[in-house]
Design a protein around this ligand. Structure first.
Ligand code: F6P
Length: 320
C-alpha cells in the first residue's frame, strides 16, 4: 500500500525548520510516498488543516527562517478526545505516518499518536538545545550566531563607556545558549540554570575585576527565567565601578536565515526520518551524536535527562 505521511512543526519556531520540511518532503516523494504539509502543528492536524505537497511546494525554503507550515503551542493535545479527532482527520485522507519537528512536548504528542496506530518520528527543532537524544537541535547554532553578532556590537559601546553589559539569552531551562555564547564572546561570567544564580557571587567576581583594574568593560551572560536582569544591572552599578546595562535579546534569537550547520543538520535528520519510516520504524526521535545521525525510541529519550556539559563550563571558567 502506498505510504502517506504528514509533516508538522510545533512549539517555538526555529531557524532550519524549513530546511527539515524540505528534506522530509523530498526524501518521501523520492520514495513515491504521498506527502501532506500540516499547518499550525497539532492544532492544524486536529482541524484537518493540511494540503498535499509536491516537489515544488518546498522549493526556495531551505534558507528561510521560521516555518512555512506555521506552528502553535497546543497543550489541549494531551486530551484523548482531541487526539482521536486528529487521527480521524488523518484517516480521511489515508495519512498513516507523521514526522513532527519540535521539542519534547512535540515528542510527547507523537508518542500518544503512536499508541493510536499512527507511525511517528520526531525531529529536534528548537533554539534551546534542550531535546533529549541529540547533541544538537536544529536552530541552536543559528541562534548562537545571532547572539554572538549582537554581543559583539554591545561590546563596542560597553567598552567605550566602562560598562558592564548584562545580556539575557533564551534557552528555556537549558543553559547551552548562555554557556556557548559566553565562550564565543569572551564573557566574564555565564549564569546558567544548571550552575545556578547568585547575585552576590556575580558582584563579588566583578569587584575582583575592579580590584585588579584590568577590565575596561565586562560581560555577563544570563540564561532567561533565572533573575530580573534590569535589577541585576542596577545592583552592579551600585556595588562596582562598572555602570550596569541590561539587554534582553528576546525573540530576535529565533529569527533569521539558518546557518549552514543547521541546514545540513536539518537535511540529514529529515532524510533519515524517512529512511526509518520506510524501514517500518515508528516512535523514534532523530538525533546527532558524535556527528552520527541516530534514532532513539521516544519513550527512552524522554526519560534521559539532557546532560549539561560540565567540562565545557569548567573550560569557560578557566578562560574567563
Ligand atoms: O522554546 C523556544 C523559546 O524561544 C524559549 O527559549 C523561550 O523560553 C520560549 O520559546 C518563548 O516562548 P514564546 O515565543 O511562546 O513566548
Amino acid at each position: 500500500m502506498k505510504r502517506s505521511i504528514g509533516i508538522l512543526t510545533s512549539g517555538g519556531d526555529a531557524p532550519g525548520m524549513n530546511s527539515a520540511i524540505r528534506a522530509i518532503a523530498r526524501s518521501a516523494l523520492a520514495r513515491d510516498f504521498d506527502v501532506y504539509g500540516i499547518y499550525d502543528g497539532y492544532l492544524g492536524l486536529t482541524e484537518g488543516n493540511f494540503y498535499k505537497m509536491n516537489k515544488g511546494s518546498v522549493s526556495d525554503i531551505l534558507f528561510k527562517g521560521g516555518t512555512i507550515l506555521g506552528t502553535a503551542r497546543f497543550p489541549e493535545f494531551t486530551e484523548p478526545e482531541i487526539q482521536e479527532k486528529a487521527v480521524a482527520q488523518m484517516k480521511k485522507v489515508g495519512m498513516d505516518s507523521l514526522v513532527v519537528i519540535g521539542g519534547d512536548g512535540t515528542y510527547r504528542g507523537a508518542g500518544d499518536l503512536c499508541k493510536r496506530g499512527i507511525s511517528c518520528i520526531g525531529i529536534p527543532g528548537t533554539i534551546d538545545n534542550d531535546c533529549p537524544g541529540t547533541d544538537y537541535t536544529i536552530g541552536f547554532h543559528t541562534a548562537l550566531n545571532t547572539i554572538v553578532e549582537a554581543v559583539d556590537k554591545l561590546r563596542d559601546t560597553s567598552a567605550s563607556h566602562h560598562r558592564c553589559s548584562v545580556v539575557e539569552v533564551m534557552g528555556n531551562h537549558c543553559g547551552d545558549l548562555a554557556l556557548y555564547s559566553a565562550i564565543c564572546c569572551g564573557a566574564e561570567i555565564a549564569v546558567t540554570p544548571e550552575v545556578g544564580f547568585s547575585a552576590d557571587e556575580v558582584i563579588r567576581r566583578l569587584q575582583h575585576f575592579d580590584a585588579i583594574k584590568k577590565h575596561r568593560h565586562a560581560l555577563v551572560i544570563v540564561s532567561e527565567k533565572l533573575t530580573d536582569v534590569e535589577k541585576l544591572a542596577e545592583d552592579i552599578s551600585r556595588a562596582t565601578s562598572f555602570s550596569g546595562r541590561a539587554t534582553v535579546l528576546g525573540h530576535i534569537q529565533r529569527g533569521g536565515s539558518p546557518v549552514p550547520y543547521d541546514r545540513l543538520l536539518a537535511s540529514r535528520m529529515g532524510d533519515y526520518a524517512i529512511e526509518v519510516l520506510a524501514n517500518g520504524g515508528s516512535n523514534f526521535c532523530i538525533g546527532i551524536k558524535n556527528d552520527n545521525i541516530i534514532a532513539t525510541p521516544i519513550a527512552q529519550a524522554l526519560i534521559q535527562p539532557k546532560d549539561f556539559d560540565q567540562e565545557l563550563y569548567d573550560m569557560f571558567e578557566r578562560l574567563a
